[in-house]
Design a protein around this ligand. Structure first.
Ligand code: SAH
Ligand code: SF4
Length: 369
């Protein structure tokens, strides 16, 4: 049994406390204000010491909502007939990158549904090559295009992508099966293997989870955070699960925690992970903002150091509907960027400009190997 008083003292006394998963579970679940204060104070101090008082911007480009998969939680799953399927043109993606570059973001995230056709693989390769040429390597590219073969990951790496985001979603294989169709396209081991392949190829590897899925509890989230630590990832993007009416998981909405609780758990998960993994990049997920307009600032305030302004052209945003109430679907990129800078400054962080913002963890592990 974890003693909450002893845990609070440990957080106050130790500059770099070692936390067990049971202690993390208590931190996620507890509503004790004094414990929470010590917890957030420690997470913030660790971020300030290992990363600094700054936030990196990554321009998020949702390139396409065409997806071959059918994850039971996702609004753009293949079987959902509702969203109009789109693919941004080559030029539209390049324009979004130009915007990021001019604003001094230093980095973009190119995300899409999961497609493994030769045409798609070639298109991404060509885009990466063009981005490298146009910006002369000054714009770092993160890809988030799902599970691919080692050969594809290698091709994209060689063409200029150096970071990759692939959330594990949950680290419990049985629970993974409960939130995905049971077929070979949605296989837990395969997803873990992809994370290993990405690392083998040389990427800065990003992963993450959803928090507050139906049937999930705090102990499961705590074990997920331990999994991210064991996998030794370099970057994490994680956020609350938000139900979508046109998905199979909608049927289980009566099992959900209230939205406020999912928000609180999402923020606490960021703080706990910062204590567990001191020098990685942690993003303040957009889904936090779907619940509370200040959700992302709260995450930045307790240890996150990355925020992702949306650079997707307005006409596509409502169709990239992973979940309901996705924020900023009617704000253009200029407004989005001004608004976010104000938010970051409002909590006393500096906006890091013209910097790649590589994961310090990644560079340290490169030095060690
Ligand atoms: N197709 C790629 C990238 C796009 S989806 C992939 O799946 O890896 C990006 C992330 O959106 C997923 O990893 C998932 O964690 C998140 N997501 C999907 N549906 C969601 C929902 N209903 N609520 C919150 N996050 C969701
Ligand atoms: Fe496709 Fe990614 Fe959504 Fe799964 S989570 S259905 S892979 S876009």
């Amino acid at each position: 049994m974890v003693n909450a008083v002893a845990l609070r003292e440990k957080l106050i006394r130790e500059a770099e406390p070692d936390l067990s998963w049971q202690e993390v579970a208590v931190l996620l679940e507890s509503k004790d204000k004094e414990l929470e204060e010590a917890f957030f104070m420690r997470a913030k101090a660790i971020r300030d010491k290992f990363i600094g008082k700054k936030a990196y911007f990554r321009g998020l480009v949702e390139m396409s909502n065409i997806c071959a998969k059918n994850c039971l939680y996702c609004g753009i799953r293949a079987d959902n007939a509702e969203p109009h399927r789109y693919k941004m043109s080559f030029q539209e993606v390049m324009d979004a990158c130009q915007f990021a570059y001019e604003r001094g973001y230093g980095s973009v995230v190119l995300q899409s549904g999961e497609i493994s056709s030769v045409a798609f693989i070639n298109e991404i390769t060509d885009l990466l090559t063009a981005i490298q040429q146009k910006f002369d390597g000054r714009l770092r590219v993160t890809l988030s295009c799902g599970e691919q073969s080692e050969e594809t990951y290698q091709r994209w790496y060689d063409a200029g992508a150096h970071r990759y985001l692939l959330r594990i979603e949950t680290s419990d294989p049985e629970f993974y099966r409960a939130i995905h169709p049971n077929d070979r396209h949605h296989d837990f081991e395969e997803r873990v293997n992809c994370l290993r392949l990405l690392r083998k190829v040389g990427y800065q590897v990003g992963s993450g989870i959803m928090i507050g899925l139906p049937g999930q509890n705090y102990a499961a989230v705590a074990r997920d955070l331990m999994f991210l630590k064991e996998m030794d990832v370099d970057m994490v993007g994680m956020g609350p699960y938000i139900e979508h009416e046109e998905t199979p998981l909608w049927e289980r909405r009566d099992q959900l925690w209230p939205l406020r609780e999912r928000l609180a758990a999402g923020i606490k998960a960021v703080a706990a992970l910062r204590i567990l993994m001191k020098d990685i990049n942690i993003a303040a997920a957009t889904a936090l903002q779907a619940i509370d307009p200040k959700g992302r600032e709260q995450a930045l305030d307790v240890g996150a150091n990355v925020i992702m302004p949306n650079l997707t052209p307005i006409e596509y945003r409502k169709d990239y509907s992973l979940y309901e109430n996705k924020p900023c679907t009617d704000e253009d990129r200029g407004m989005c960027s001004v608004c976010l800078e104000g938010r970051v400054k409002s909590i006393g962080l500096e906006v890091a400009r013209d910097q790649w913002g590589d994961s310090i963890h990644y560079h340290d592990r490169q030095k060690k190997s």
